[in-house]
Design a protein around this ligand. Structure first.
Ligand SMILES: [Mg+2]
Length: 195
């Protein structure tokens, strides 16, 4: 994949970095097609980790594969209700997330935004004038860090969601992708933030 084209007119050093975040298994518990607000549970430490990242200048984005919508398991309305519940539990000042993208394609359909597609990340880097060299995509699946790598940013795996599949750790190691216990650990260890 091609590296993202960043706006050349923006002076170097002035562009904010970004965290592109998987939702299920990274911010909230992996409920396997979470579709009801009462299923939404924050992973411990996520609220403070997001607050620390925001406080040090990171723009936050969510990129979540939601094929359950494309497959007809649940509706956009259900998805939005879960998103609102997550924001309610986070209880951070608005806006927490600069943009949120739910990719609804089924795995057997041509992919537009479904991870590991880098499209959303690339579009956001350009649209918001972000510093790709300091930006990350974080999630519990290989497709999460692959989306980051495909977009030319860094990727990180977390163990707070789906169990890794065979070959995932070797793939991460081969691509310089660190793996941490959880998103809060990523923020502490890779971003060096205390909270
Ligand atoms: Mg996930």
């Amino acid at each position: 994949m091609l590296a993202p084209s960043l706006p050349a007119a923006t002076p170097p050093g002035m562009r904010p970095p970004a965290l592109f975040l998987d939702r299920d298994g990274n911010l909230i518990e992996d409920g396997h097609h979470t579709s009801r607000p009462e299923q939404v549970r924050l992973i411990p430490g996520v609220r403070d980790a997001l607050a620390a990242a925001l406080g040090s200048g990171y723009r936050l984005f969510i990129l979540t594969n939601q094929s359950g919508i494309g497959r007809g398991f649940f509706t956009w309305e259900d998805y939005h209700a879960c998103h609102r519940r997550m924001l309610e539990l986070l209880a951070l000042p608005d806006p927490v997330f600069t943009e949120v993208k739910a990719a609804t394609e089924r795995p057997d359909e041509p992919s537009e935004y479904r991870k590991p597609s880098p499209r959303f990340i690339q579009e956001c880097l350009e649209r918001h004038g972000l510093d790709g060299s300091r930006s990350w995509m974080v999630g519990d699946r290989r497709t999460d860090w692959e989306a980051g790598l495909n977009a030319g940013i860094r990727g990180c795996g977390v163990r707070s969601g789906a169990p890794f599949k065979e070959g995932d750790e070797a793939h991460a190691a081969a691509h310089g992708v660190p793996i941490h216990r959880s998103f809060p650990d990523f923020v502490r260890i890779e971003l060096g933030l205390e909270f």
